[in-house]
Design a binder for this molecule. Structure first.
Ligand code: PGA
Length: 254
């Protein structure tokens, strides 16, 4: 069985390089725990070097996005090749905060291809904006998944994908406002069904699905209880070494 996956999405935090280094130092004290996981940190770009110095010991480097236009000159952009040269192994793609700034699922699918070409694992984020009694959010999810993963169906490529189910309404809240485990397992079953329609059952079963959205120490264990997820994508709780360690331990003892 593959190791559980834990991804720290630092977003635009911490506020300074000194704080980022301090957080990395604190995390490295618990490296024996993180070594039991496939553990990634996605820091802001200016903190890449500080993070990459610790690569190979207990953490792998991830990016929060990937640039998808073809060869050319682009002021202000960082190409997949540069990410790769820093040791980036995974890219978060289609995060709802990027989608909220105008990123479309078509763009997401282009980014997925670019990441695969660069040898970077695309962690594709999908999730409904709201949940309703009639289950209409499932249709939203189906469309988002199909469009975000359009344009390739090669078995070899599909097997390099990872997904993060992040219901938008559950992001950035407290644990008590996150998704209920029963709703989470329903969504995961549904996502697996869509993946099966796209790639066939054998491949769908092997694509890891993470959950993200207000994962905190108090709800991490119940979110892992028979919900079918293979890891977490963690935002705010990844900025506290103490909280994050508890989440990592929950994953290990799953
Ligand atoms: P959160 O963020 O854990 O703060 O809800 C998760 C994410 O946006 O990836």
């Amino acid at each position: 069985m593959a190791r559980p996956i834990l991804v720290a999405n630092w977003k635009n935090h911490p506020g300074s390089l000194a704080e980022a280094k301090a957080l990395l130092r604190q995390l490295s004290r618990d490296q024996s725990i993180y070594k039991k996981l496939s553990f990634f940190i996605a820091p802001p770009l200016p903190y890449f070097e500080a993070t990459s110095l610790r690569l190979g010991s207990f953490v792998r480097l991830a990016s929060q996005d990937i640039f998808s236009l073809p060869d050319g000159t682009y002021t202000g952009q960082v190409t997949p090749d540069i990410l790769k040269s820093f040791g980036v192994q995974l890219a978060i793609i289609g995060h709802s905060e990027c989608r909220a700034l105008g990123e479309t699922s078509e763009e997401v699918s282009r980014k997925v291809k670019v990441a695969l070409r660069a040898g970077i694992v695309p962690l594709v984020c999908v999730g409904e904006l709201s949940r309703d009694q009639d289950g209409e959010h499932f249709e939203f999810l189906r469309e988002e998944l199909k469009l975000s993963l359009s344009g390739f169906n090669r078995k070899a490529d599909a097997l390099k994908l990872a997904l993060a189910y992040e219901p938008v309404w559950a992001i950035g809240k407290r644990a008590q406002d996150a998704i209920a485990p029963s709703d989470l397992s329903q969504s995961i079953i549904f996502i697996k069904k869509v993946l099966t329609d796209l790639f066939g059952r054998a491949i769908a079963e092997r694509i890891p699905i993470l959950y993200g959205g207000s994962v905190e120490p108090s709800n991490a264990p119940i979110l892992l209880n028979e919900t079918g997820i293979r890891g977490f994508l963690v935002g705010h709780a990844s900025l506290s070494a103490k909280s994050f360690k508890v989440i990592a331990e929950a994953l290990i003892s799953k």
